[in-house]
Design a binder for this molecule. Sequence first.
Ligand SMILES: [Zn+2]
Length: 224
Amino acid sequence: MTERNLVLLGPPGAGKGTQAERLVDDFGLPYYSTGNILRDAVENGTELGRKAKEFMDAGELVPDDLITNVIAERLDSGDADDGFLLDGFPRTIGQAEMLEGALGERNRKVTAALLIEAPDEEVVRRLSGRRQCVKNGHVYHVEFDPPKNEGVCDQDGSRLEQRDDDKPETVQKRLAVYHEQTEPLILWYGERGLLRRFDGTRTPEEVNSHIRATLATLALEDEI
Ligand SMILES: [Zn+2]
């Protein structure tokens, strides 16, 4: 069987989270985001988890090689034998090289880097319009999915507010970081013939079916 070793790339607000959920459902892949694999490692009290916790408790970034080792531990667990979906790592070329090394030691490789694209102005429009209810975190959008009464949650009547992450100036900063760090990575995967681009301004259904079609083609190429 063809492995689906997938890396998800794209700016915040392009719909990566939605597509990740669907890919996990469609193919039964384990989903590894930097946050969730580190959290699991800490909860499981593995040696790597304890090391990671020291950095997190000190408010420091967990070093790339430690994250790579945590991913490697998951690769060896048997859960990811048919593939995996990585989101949020790698984010830089250095991280991609470490991942390539860890996979190579296991005679594996990334099969595709899926880039979900959206122009900056669309990202700002999507994220800065989001509102979340203070009670249960129900999510609305002032333009695309407004509540019946402005500023009030339809489901529990609590107040809606904008998360700090979604404030326009914060979104601009997140985009600047994305462009600086991740665009070289996009080129890097492109040079290796692994990059597949998807138009994140299409509906989630369209993006999902495009991704599925692309993965089906890759699987066929692999068998030939
Ligand atoms: Zn609510």
